[in-house]
Design a protein around this ligand. Structure first.
Ligand code: ADP
Ligand code: MG
Length: 315
């Protein structure tokens, strides 16, 4: 290695930053963090669910955003993928690139806060000093009963479309962070991500088959469902939770842009057959699937034109 990571006390530092305060190990872990790899026992009849995400200063959070909060967010956005599959979250592996010990300590604080809130074990990781960037790659794993994963390909033409959580609030918060607004109304919606883990498991137990988490904007993300399921979708903006509040705060056009094009809220969108109206005890019906193979966004029944697109890293 050209550049030895953090000289002599590298392992002490990892211990101090990440391992000392990490939550207790999961009952299915047979070899914990600290060896060359962790080992986990999968109970009979269960499948392993794994997802990985990288986030980077200046791309996924503004450079002046507190690093512990950024790390907390990164863990939560990864866990959100497990929620969207209907999995129970069990383990996380955290690979860090950071420029200083101070940064590592801040990152460790956020990582452990998030993992502790959701009872997820820190099963391993990697720590590298980078003079150029601060970034985190978070791999998460969980489990669910065989064949029960909530997949993008399982929506059906006559299904209703539901949302758990909000859309638009977090991206407006990010904008307020970006312009360094002191007391922006939406700022805190960006600061904390709440992965809908309990709700994902609940949906799976109710027999729901199709779900996605909204990370890149509603339009782009439901597009993954319509494509994989070969259907269309019709969504009514005025039915989205908090729609009127958004319009009051930022005006209708910005509200449309935030909901349709802004990701970041990590709401769950799922589809369910008609006749499950009681789902409204924890979800909101925002539209329906169609056979028209396109996504139609309506506002008070009228089709909205000039829709903003979602986030594209290479656009
Ligand atoms: P190896 O050389 O075997 O890859 P490392 O030197 O990278 O081991 O790490 C030593 C131990 O510390 C490993 O068990 C690894 O899982 C753990 N570790 C390193 N970085 C982190 C981190 N950021 N979070 C949690 N555990 C970490
Ligand atoms: Mg390593």
């Amino acid at each position: 290695m050209i550049n030895k990571v953090y000289n002599l006390d590298e392992f002490d530092l990892i211990q101090q930053a990440f391992r000392r305060d990490s939550p207790k190990s999961h009952p299915n872990t047979t070899v914990e963090n600290g060896d060359d790899a962790s080992v986990h026992l999968l109970p009979e009849g269960m499948e392993l669910v794994v997802s990985t995400d990288t986030s980077m200063a200046g791309v996924h959070w503004p450079k002046h955003f507190p690093l512990d909060k950024a790390a907390d967010r990164s863990v939560c956005t990864s866990l959100s993928d497990l929620a969207a599959m209907g999995a129970e979250a069990c383990w996380a592996w955290v690979s860090v690139m950071a420029g200083s010990k101070k940064e590592l300590i801040e990152i460790g604080k956020g990582v452990n806060a998030a993992l502790t809130r959701y009872g997820v074990e820190l099963a391993g990781g990697d720590t590298v000093r980078s003079p150029v960037t601060t970034a985190l790659t978070i791999t998460v794993a969980g489990m669910l009963p065989k064949g029960k994963a909530l997949c993008r390909s399982e929506a059906r033409e006559k299904d209703k479309v539901w949302i758990v959580g909000r859309a638009g609030f977090s991206s407006l918060g990010l904008q307020q962070w970006l312009v360094e607004m002191k007391e922006g109304y939406f700022k805190h919606y960006f600061e904390i991500v709440k992965p809908k883990l309990e709700q994902g498991v609940h949906l799976r137990e109710l027999g729901i088959r199709c779900c996605i988490d909204v990370s890149d904007g509603v339009l782009q993300d439901v597009g993954h469902i319509t494509k994989a399921s070969n259907i269309g979708m019709e969504l009514e903006l005025s039915k989205f939770p908090g729609w009127e509040l958004l319009c009051r705060k930022v005006g209708e056009r910005h509200a449309i842009e935030a909901v349709v094009g802004g990701g970041e809220d990590y709401a769950l969108i799922f589809t369910a057959p008609e006749g499950m109206g009681w789902l409204d005890s924890f979800a909101t019906c925002i539209g329906r699937c169609t056979d028209r193979k396109e996504i139609e966004i309506l506002l008070n029944g009228k089709k909205v034109e000039d829709l903003p697109s979602g986030y594209d890293h290479f656009a």
